[in-house]
Design a binder for this molecule. Structure first.
Ligand SMILES: [Zn+2]
Length: 345
């Protein structure tokens, strides 16, 4: 039996939700990751202030997973002030997230006018707070062009605030990858599902609601560019799952929510994918080094171990409190790697 060991990874983009959903999904992240950047788009009340982030962090920590550190964020809206950034920093918030208005789950209070955030960006620069961007332009002629059309906005922010650390989240296009490379202060997260999926895996045959996310998976040439970036050894590209649990009933309906729940399968599938391409030696830096360096964090201490034994992925995680379940990405398949555990040697 073969084993794979690496430094405990980080997930630099994660949706944990709250309440019963948080309780159900959190253990899957904790068993594989030392830290995760926790997204602020809670429903009905997003995390907008340091105090809320602190309370949300306490809710996450109340489950007693003491080896896990949530990296807390606030959502930046047009109402955010420089003082709110300072207060958030004092409350331990590490990053601010901007959603373009109406682009994805709970983004009704998203930003339209980025220029109105001048003082906020200056304060984030001064505070070394990371700016996380959902990079889609709301008024593109097609949902397939939204990320490409957002690059003008990225260009504007990255150029005007050259020491602001910016992460273009869940990059999905070759065009965006080439844009990220142009700016010293810009990095990008890459998800598991965008390494694997194209648009045809969502709508090419029968509709696959559990492969539907924002930004939607694009063309094969885009997927290849994402894979190339992940395998490039460039410090600008690191892992962020964007694992986004939704109740099955809100995915399989007339207006299905965007989001893919990958948390239970991430490291086994990443090991399988990197090994299949002969790139396993690059996985540790992609998941446990480059992101920490960009954020200015020390690397994790523990060692994660996986073993080469068949792993039958669960189809869904049931949540009795909600009388519903969450469907697992590629659930029902058997893959070749399983998590063994964490050691702190
Ligand atoms: Zn997300």
């Amino acid at each position: 039996m073969r084993t794979y060991k690496q430094r405990m990874p980080d997930d630099f983009h994660l949706h944990l939700r709250s309440g019963a959903m948080l309780k159900a999904v959190l253990p899957y992240t904790v068993e594989q990751f030392g830290r995760a950047t926790v997204m602020p788009n809670l429903h009905p009340d997003p995390i907008l202030m340091g105090l809320q982030a602190e309370m949300y962090g306490n809710e996450i920590m109340s489950y007693g997973f003491n080896s896990f550190k949530p990296l807390m964020t606030i959502q930046i809206t047009e109402k955010t002030t420089a003082q709110m950034i300072r207060q958030a920093q004092e409350a331990g918030v590490i990053a601010g997230k901007i959603y373009p208005k109406g682009m994805t789950t709970n983004s009704e209070n998203g930003v339209v006018d980025y220029k109105s955030l001048h003082k906020v960006f200056l304060q984030m620069e001064a505070s070394q707070m990371v700016l996380l961007l959902h990079g889609e332009h709301p008024h593109s002629t097609s949902s397939l062009y939204r990320e490409r059309d957002f690059m003008d906005t990225l260009d504007y922010i990255a150029g005007k605030y050259p020491t602001l650390k910016i992460v273009l989240e869940h990059v999905t296009t070759a065009y965006a990858i080439s844009t990220v490379k142009m700016f010293k202060n810009v990095a990008a997260t890459i998800t598991l599902h965008h390494l694997l999926l194209t648009l045809d895996d969502v709508i090419g045959g029968k509709l696959k609601p559990h492969n539907f996310c924002k930004p939607i998976a694009k063309f094969e040439s885009d997927r290849e560019a994402i894979v190339e970036a992940a395998f490039s050894g460039s410090h600008k590209f690191f892992f962020g799952s964007d694992s986004a649990p939704h109740q099955r009933s809100t995915k399989e309906c007339e207006e299905g929510c965007a989001g893919i729940f990958t948390a239970p399968v991430i490291m086994p599938m990443l090991v399988e994918f990197f090994e299949k391409h002969g790139k396993l030696r690059l996985l540790e830096n992609f998941t446990a080094r480059y992101g920490a360096e960009f954020y200015g964090l020390p690397r994790n201490e523990g060692i994660l171990e996986l073993v080469n034994v068949p792993n039958h992925l669960p189809k869904e995680i049931s949540i009795p409190e909600l009388n519903d379940s969450v469907v697992v990405f590629q659930g029902g398949q058997t893959i070749s790697w399983s998590i063994k555990g964490v050691s702190h040697a």
